[in-house]
Design a protein around this ligand. Structure first.
Ligand code: BG6
Ligand code: MG
Length: 225
């Protein structure tokens, strides 16, 4: 195949900045109010999942089960988002995760395109607060998509708007649903987290501090020969 690396497409929450923690805190507040148990382990299933689908998963944990009307669900989802928006209000460029600033510079220097494939409607605001909007060549508009991760649509859309084949891209994710989406798109998948969590990833790094252009480009090339 001999395809060279042309683009790196990033998830946002938990990859560029630690907003995954704020999503957790906001959902935990809603869960406590509803008397639904909410653990960090369960929260892993919500990563990469849209707001309304996350709420459905959370309400599915209620014991005894209880039915919610569409209006009640909308109100809960809105309230979670308000809590989340309050939590992200203080984000500054200092909240970039370790290694991200340098990695983005390495990619720019090497002429590799960059994109954001986040399920979050708050992504553009978070990128602005971090001061990194101009460092990405595309930010997928999630409101225009039909399918959520693990469907590949968001990664395929990012590659198309960069004018690059999915097979020439690396995707970076901290969620299992995100790694599944990257693999379904035909990209090289880099997971941030622990190896046992991500059996399908092509590379697993314990932290964003380990992101290194030369090493990843080499590993990418080995799989594309
Ligand atoms: C993803 C997060 O990036 O965005 C999920 O991993 C979140 O936890 C989803 O539910 C949607 O985000 P938002 O900001 O539109 O509610
Ligand atoms: Mg994420």
């Amino acid at each position: 195949m001999n395809q060279t690396l042309q683009a790196v497409i990033f998830d946002l929450d938990g990859v560029i900045t630690d907003t995954a923690e704020y999503h957790f805190q906001a959902w935990k507040a809603i869960a406590e109010e509803l008397n639904i148990p909410f653990t960090r382990e369960f929260n892993e299933h919500l990563k990469g999942v849209s707001r309304i689908d996350s709420l459905k998963l959370l309400l599915g944990q209620a014991n005894p089960p209880r039915a919610y009307s569409a209006a009640e669900m909308d109100e809960l989802a809105d309230r979670k988002n308000k809590l989340y928006v309050e939590l992200i209000a203080g984000i500054t460029p200092a909240d970039l995760l370790p290694g991200i600033d340098v990695f983005l510079s390495e990619l720019r220097e090497a002429g590799i395109k960059t994109g954001i494939a986040s399920a979050s409607k708050n992504a553009p605001a978070v990128l602005r607060s971090l001061g990194v909007t101009s460092r990405f060549d595309t930010v997928v508009d999630v409101t225009r998509l039909k399918n959520n991760k693990p469907d590949p649509e968001i990664f395929v859309t990012a590659a198309a708007s960069l004018g690059v084949e999915p097979g020439a891209c690396i995707g970076v994710e901290d969620a299992v649903s995100g790694i599944d989406a990257i693999k379904a798109a035909g990209m090289f998948a880099v997971a941030i987290g622990s190896g046992s969590q991500f059996p399908k990833a092509d590379a697993v790094l314990p932290s964003t501090a380990e992101l290194n252009y030369r090493e990843l480009a080499q590993r990418f090339a080995e799989t594309r020969r």
